[in-house]
Design a protein around this ligand. Structure first.
Ligand SMILES: Nc1ncnc2c1ncn2[C@@H]1O[C@H](COP(=O)(O)OP(=O)(O)OP(=O)(O)O)[C@@H](O)[C@H]1O
Ligand SMILES: [Mg+2]
Length: 245
């Protein structure tokens, strides 16, 4: 792991140590203890998120063809996946009163997509983490999507209101290490790997990822994944295990 990566990973781990020290040393009331534990949860989520990104970085750069990846394809309900991730990242939004909402329909009724679940989970984890990080206080993050039958794809959008993204930057944010000035000012640490990894993963799945700004000035990331295109192209998880998704 590069010094840059270990430095990033050390930050949430040190924060967890500091919070736990706080809990053990002082006479802490129940409300304060709850708040500290929420921060511990949020920092632990961040540490896991970063560790997964760093592991993926080296794997994807070594070889990124679908059939070379060890994980099997499995049928995944994207609505369920983003609801679970939103619950995980919500504690990070509480400090600045940022609420993450998932619009269940029509995404819930969309067909499952055939994907490598831990990889696709990391894509949405990167998008939701960015949305929380770059949102302005007291704003809302909205996740929605649905099935587009003409292309046999499921599209999911993650929309947030915060730092702006100029058109020329929107083209470059998927480059390895690219960060806008506003992002650097807001969060000086940050590797600029998240969206690069997301794009690699989406390309492996023959999908698409792009970003734009909507008429209200919100930044919108759209991920499109094929429903059936990958069938027969890689090992699939045995059907009897599909129920446990
Ligand atoms: N929701 C967003 N709103 C505005 N700008 C964004 C948003 N998400 C990403 N960006 C821009 O895209 C850049 C690249 O994002 P990426 O996730 O790759 O890296 P990072 O968030 O800067 O660092 P890391 O994810 O490695 O901690 C960001 O630095 C920021 O400039
Ligand atoms: Mg990021």
């Amino acid at each position: 792991m590069s010094p840059e990566c270990s430095h990033q990973l050390a930050a949430p781990l040190n924060a967890i140590k500091w919070h736990i020290e706080n809990l053990t040393e002082a006479r802490v009331g129940i409300e304060r203890a709850r708040k500290v534990l929420r921060s511990v949860y949020s920092q632990a989520t961040q540490a896991v998120h970063l560790a997964k990104n760093f592991a993926l970085m080296s794997n994807l750069e070594a070889d990124h063809s679908l059939s070379s990846l060890r994980e099997p394809l499995q049928a995944v309900n994207l609505c369920q996946l983003v609801v679970n991730l939103s619950d995980d990242f919500q504690p990070q939004g509480w400090d600045k009163k940022v609420q993450i909402g998932v619009e269940p329909e029509p995404l819930q009724s969309a067909p499952d997509v055939l994907v490598i679940k831990p990889l696709i989970s990391q894509v949405f984890s990167n998008l939701i983490e960015n949305a929380v990080k770059y949102s302005k206080p007291s704003s809302a993050i909205l996740i929605e999507g649905g099935y587009i039958s003409a292309q046999d794809v499921v599209a999911v959008t993650v929309r947030n209101h915060g730092i702006t993204l100029r058109q020329e930057d929107a083209k470059r944010v998927f480059e390895r290490g690219y960060r806008t000035l506003d992002a650097k000012n807001m969060y000086p640490t940050g590797t600029g790997f998240g969206l690069y990894i997301a794009k690699q993963i989406i390309e492996i799945h023959e999908g698409d990822i792009r970003c734009a700004t909507d008429p209200l000035g919100r930044v919108v990331f759209t991920v499109t994944l094929p429903v059936r295109a990958l069938q027969g192209k890689a090992r699939e998880r045995a059907p009897q295990n599909r129920a446990a998704r």
